[in-house]
Ligand binder design. Structure first.
Ligand code: FAD
Length: 140
C-alpha cells in the first residue's frame, strides 16, 4: 500500500477553546492509531495546518471525514505526494500550539510574518510544520 503525505490548511471562524483542540486530538489519537496514520496539526491565527501520513486509501478517507467537521471550513489541499518514509512517525497526531508559531519562523518560509498557510507553497507549509515540530510537539 502506497505511503502518502497530505498537507492541507483550513480556517476557523471563531476562536477555539483548549477544550475544542483537546477533543480533536483525543479523537485523532484513537482513530489514527487504528488506521496507522501519523501527522502533525498546527493551530494559529484562526488557521489549521495539518499533515497526514499513511496509506493512500486511509489518508484520503480521513481527509474527507475531516472536511465534514463543522469546526473549520475553506479547507484547501496544499500538498499531496507519495513518500518513502514518514516524518511524524512518533505521533498519531502531534499538536503544535499557537505559542510556538513565531513571526520570525514564519518569515523563514513565507513572504510575510503572519501565519497564513493559504499564501504559502505546499512545500513551505510542510517544511514549516517540520521546523515547528522540532521546537516541541504535544500529543494528548
Ligand atoms: P462524532 O463525534 O460522531 O462526529 C460526527 C460529525 O460531527 C463528524 O463529521 C464530526 O467531524 C462532527 N463534529 C464533531 N464534533 C463537532 C463539533 N464540536 N463541532 C462541529 N462538528 C463536530 N479526526 C481524526 O480521527 N484524525 C485526525 O487527524 C483529525 N484531524 C482533525 C483536524 C481538524 C482541523 C479538525 C477540525 C478535526 C479533526 N479530526 C480528526 C476530528 C474529526 O473531524 C472528527 O470529529 C473525529 O474523527 C470524530 O469523528 P466521528 O464521526 O467519530 O465523531
Amino acid at each position: 500500500m502506497h505511503l502518502i503525505r497530505l498537507v492541507y490548511a483550513s480556517k476557523v471562524e471563531y476562536d477555539l477553546e483548549e477544550a475544542d483542540i483537546n477533543a480533536i486530538l483525543n479523537a485523532s489519537k484513537q482513530n489514527n492509531l487504528e488506521k496507522n496514520i501519523t501527522g502533525a496539526l498546527c493551530y494559529s491565527n484562526r488557521f489549521f495546518l495539518q499533515c497526514l501520513e499513511g496509506s493512500r486509501l486511509d489518508v484520503n478517507a480521513l481527509y474527507h471525514h475531516i472536511l465534514a467537521d463543522g469546526r473549520h471550513s475553506q479547507s484547501a489541499i496544499l500538498q499531496y505526494s507519495e513518500i518513502d518514509q514518514r516524518e511524524f512517525d512518533d505521533w498519531s497526531m502531534g499538536y503544535i500550539p499557537p505559542a510556538l508559531v513565531s513571526g520570525q519562523l514564519i518569515s523563514k518560509f513565507s513572504g510575510k510574518a503572519d501565519f497564513d498557510p493559504y499564501s504559502m507553497s505546499g512545500e513551505s507549509c510542510y517544511l514549516l510544520l517540520k521546523a515547528l515540530a522540532s521546537l516541541g510537539i504535544t500529543e494528548s
